[in-house]
Design a protein around this ligand. Sequence first.
Ligand code: MLT
Length: 232
Amino acid sequence: KIDILFYPEKLKNAEDKAVVVLDVLRATTTIATALAAGAEKIYPVSSIKDAFSLKKKISGALLGGERGGIKVPGFDLGNSPLEYQGLKGRTIILSSTNGTKTLKKAVSAKTLIAGSIVNAKAVADYLLKLNLDVVFMPSGTDSQFSLEDFAGAGYIISLLAEEKKVELSDQAYVSFELARINPPEEILTRSFHGQRLINLGFARDVEYCAKLNLLDVVPVGRLQEGRLVIES
Ligand code: MLT
């Protein structure tokens, strides 16, 4: 059974489910890209203060993330996936406006996955092996519905539906149909946050985040010593 939320919310009854958090523009795309570039661990943190204090505890960790789409002063990297290259063995501490907070809302899941368009097929294959009920959790944009995350889930659902008979909730059906009719580039370019990023000069990020099935990586989140960490 497959369901999708409209907004990020604290999950109930997720202990026996797989939860796929999406922030297609750009946090979960950046997470998949960083892991594909060799990063060993990613710590999503909510606040900038937490990011700086965690960095003091982990030697060699890189700080990444944004506020208002722009790199945080004092951070090593922004939130552009294109910056996340050559990271073999590195630890990243990531703080973004919506995505990293949504990931933390999903920690009660049996399996927590960071999904995006660039790793849609890898995530779908992983879900098929897990064989659990799935809840997709879009990050939204500043507590508003986000087109790119809702459709992003739809591309993953389409890949699942190609492989087996899936039972879709009404919302999941809308997400599936949205993705069936519209190519990712159109959805991302049309979306409110896509337009905002293009206006900030990140058109190449929007183009990159729309590349379906580019990366064969599945970011999985687990609690380690009370802290969420994402590894592949
Ligand atoms: C977020 O977490 O709000 C986004 O990833 C923002 C962004 O595009 O950097």
